[in-house]
Ligand binder design. Structure first.
Ligand code: NAD
Ligand code: IPM
Ligand code: MN
Length: 349
């Protein structure tokens, strides 16, 4: 059947193994699409058992899927970077998921630690395939007093242009007003000068949108003091990583921050912004809502905007009823929040 959408489930490590099964049940309840799924065993357990991170056969197999639904990677038993680079970044790079969409959205007024913030709906577009993330560099004279460590920041015109254009296109389609470039062009006078020039060129093609600019240090301040002055943001891989955790904190924490890694012509991947949270893993206390909201982004991407809206409504419902996990001041378990969302969706049918 051609209309079946194949979803690869990659729970990964830590709380990823708790939140993905819960969020997946919610996605299935909300959608009218025919979904077929397969669970992929990737992460610390497989690595410690077999030495493999992302085997070639799995990369090949994933090509036949319509989306990846991912939890998180990273485990205290494994050296930092092995799983994060070897699986998560490998998937983003292999499938050229260049646009990382990260909404900074306030779902309930009192969830923000800020004073006088009533509503917020900012969309971050984080470049997802270049920058300091490419893994170029090396070490000389390791372990000696003369040690040298290099990590290279690489930006290409094509890479910068496609994310900037993607952000402007999205802003135009969604009827947004302003696109802000966040960079450090006052110091990174080669790499971020390229961002500046490309941004100005692309912005000229969208006269209906205001093209704005902030240096990253001032942007961090603005995200706390006046986040409502932002609308659509486009930024680099590293700055986007850091600023979207800050954005999550402004909107009630990592438990609510969703993320889509998009290749508009290929395989896209949906996941929460947060990591594997080893400090709370195996306790069934992790907040599943970030992953549930990533599921909503996945349904939008697959063409089911009704299903996506149902998920969003269900999230608003549990938030308003305070049927939430301890990070949001509630006392429910991860599984219980999932059941509340499912019950709401059943009532909707
Ligand atoms: P983290 O995002 O895992 O956790 C940060 C803090 O937020 C912790 O106190 C955690 O308990 C809390 N938290 C995160 N998600 C939560 C949720 N759903 N519900 C309730 N509380 C939640 O970041 P970290 O501790 O810096 O990293 C832990 C591991 O995760 C590391 O191995 C790191 O490399 C990895 N990581 C993976 C991803 C990813 O897979 N996308 C993202 C970030 C970090
Ligand atoms: C994220 C994470 C990853 C990143 C890490 C785990 C590689 O922090 O998705 O935000 O830096 O992109
Ligand atoms: Mn991050």
């Amino acid at each position: 059947m051609t209309d079946v959408k194949k979803i690869a489930l990659v729970p990964g490590d830590g709380i990823g193994k708790e939140i993905v099964p819960v969020a997946w049940e919610v996605v299935k309840k909300a959608t009218s699409l025919k979904l077929e799924s397969k669970l992929f065993d990737l992460g610390a357990d497989r690595y410690l058992r077999t030495g493999e991170v992302l085997p070639d056969e799995i990369k090949e197999e994933l090509k036949s899927y319509n989306a990846v639904f991912l939890g998180a990677l990273g485990d205290p038993r494994v050296k930092p970077g092995v799983l994060e680079r070897g699986i998560l970044l490998a998937l983003r790079f292999e499938f050229d998921q260049f646009a990382n969409l990260r909404p900074m959205k306030l779902y309930r007024k009192d969830l923000t630690p800020l004073k006088n913030l009533d509503q917020l709906d900012v969309m971050f577009f984080r470049e997802n395939t270049e920058d300091l993330y490419i893994g170029a560099g090396g070490v000389l004279k390791k372990g000696t007093p003369d040690e040298v460590a290099l990590q290279e920041l690489v930006q290409t015109r094509k890479g910068v242009e496609r994310i900037v254009r993607y952000a402007f296109d999205w802003a135009k389609t969604e009827g947004r007003k302003k696109v802000t470039l966040i960079d450090k062009s006052n110091v990174l006078t080669f790499a971020h000068d390229l961002w500046q020039r490309v941004f100005i060129e692309v912005a000229a093609e969208y006269p209906e949108l205001i093209a704005d600019h902030l240096l990253v240090d001032a942007a961090a301040m603005k995200m706390v003091l006046a986040p409502e002055t932002l609308d659509v943001v486009v930024t680099t891989n590293m700055f986007g990583d850091i600023l979207t955790d800050l954005g999550a904190a402004v909107c009630g924490g990592l438990g609510l921050a969703a993320s889509g890694n998009i290749n508009p012509e290929g395989l896209s991947m949906f996941e929460p912004v947060h990591g594997s949270a080893p400090d709370i893993a195996d306790k069934n206390t992790a907040n599943p809502l970030a992953t549930v909201l990533a599921g909503s982004m996945m349904l939008t991407h697959l063409g089911d905007s009704d299903g996506a809206k149902k998920i969003d409504d269900a999230v608003y419902y549990v938030l308003n009823e305070n049927e939430v996990t301890p990070d949001l001041g509630g006392s429910l378990t991860c599984t219980e929040v999932g059941k509340k969302l499912e019950a709401y969706l059943e009532g909707q049918r």
